[in-house]
Write a protein that binds this ligand. Structure first.
Ligand code: CUA
Length: 320
């Protein structure tokens, strides 16, 4: 269960879930098994090559020994036991990983090119790329599906990973061992924005801060300007996967200098890039697509608040 390796090793990031220690123990076992057998075989090969090399003319090229029952039994039986041990051990860890505890906090997860949307029970708005979970002691279960292509949800520090598939549900659960913020990766190649398909798991230190985060959010954080918040949202909502700030071409048009321009539209005509155009493009991305770009943007309807849209508008305005 919960184990103490909180700083990580050369191979592994810190262990931050109840199952991480079990996964790592199995990994270490298989790893050292491989090291030992590799050395035995490699050293043996070299040793025999030297020991039994042909020394003089007329010497027989091969050994006359054809059979050794004891040796053959041993090199069948010992690996069999090891392989069975790895199977039984692995299967137990796999079952532990697969079956979520009854009392788990359940969150719906949607994977979509190129963001993660989390629907927390009781929350007003789903959160994009931020998963809030209760403090250590409460397990969290994720019920996941994709809307477009295969994705995979991976939290290295928790040692949990599962494919996220269109048209069906997969689940994953974890129980964190300490509060903090943990990185989520998409680990199934899903297009140009794959490496930007990142999210954070926030393990709250108390139920108070957890409840506050789940029910709150979606409004301008205290002490932050709309532009600064818009900049944060630009990364959090993975706008950055498709829209650059330096004028370079990505999946969508760059935000640099776009404010106030007349954008040529796919199918003819132009649109003035103002508050209404940006708002429409966030909520109904395919209504007015810029000429020369694919209609690839997912809608943020129901996943973004008006305050967040306002902040993004202010941020885009500021990209001169
Ligand atoms: Cu989603 Cu890679």
């Amino acid at each position: 269960m919960a184990s103490g390796n909180e700083s990580g090793t050369f191979w592994m990031p810190p262990q931050s879930s109840t199952i991480a220690g079990d996964v790592d123990a199995l990994f270490e076992f298989i790893y050292w098994l491989n090291v030992i057998f590799f050395l035995m075989i490699a050293v043996g090969t070299v040793w025999f090559a030297i020991k039994y090399r042909r020394r003089h003319e007329g010497q027989l090229a091969t050994s006359q020994v054809a059979h050794n029952t004891l040796l053959e039994s041993l090199w069948t039986f010992i690996p069999l036991v090891l392989v069975l041990a790895v199977f039984v051990w692995g299967f137990r860890v796999f079952l532990d990983q697969s079956v979520a505890p009854e009392n788990a906090y359940e969150v719906r997860v949607k994977g979509e090119k190129w963001s993660w949307t989390f629907t927390h029970p009781g929350a007003a708005v789903p959160k994009v790329n931020i998963l809030d979970v209760p403090p250590p002691g409460t397990p969290t279960k994720l019920v996941m599906s994709a809307t477009d292509v295969l994705h995979s949800f991976f939290i290295p520090e928790f040692r949990v990973k599962a494919d996220v598939i269109p048209g069906r549900y997969t689940t994953l659960w974890f129980e964190p061992t300490r509060p903090g913020t943990y990185q989520v990766f998409c680990t199934e190649y899903c297009g140009t924005g794959h490496s930007d398909m990142l999210a954070k798991v926030v393990v709250h230190p108390t139920m108070e801060s957890f409840n506050k985060a789940v029910t709150g959010g979606g409004t301008l954080p205290e002490g932050m300007t709309p532009v600064a918040w818009g900049e944060q949202l630009y990364t959090e909502l993975t706008c950055n996967a498709c829209h650059s700030l330096d004028g370079s071409r990505k999946v969508g048009p760059s935000f640099k200098g776009i404010w106030g321009t007349q954008e040529p539209l796919e199918g003819g005509g132009t649109a003035l890039v103002d508050e209404n155009y940006i708002r429409e493009s966030i909520l109904d991305p395919n209504a007015k697509v810029t000429a020369g770009y694919p209609a690839a943007m997912p809608t943020f309807k129901g996943r973004i608040t008006d305050a967040q849209i306002d902040a993004l508008i202010e941020f885009i305005k500021a990209q001169k």
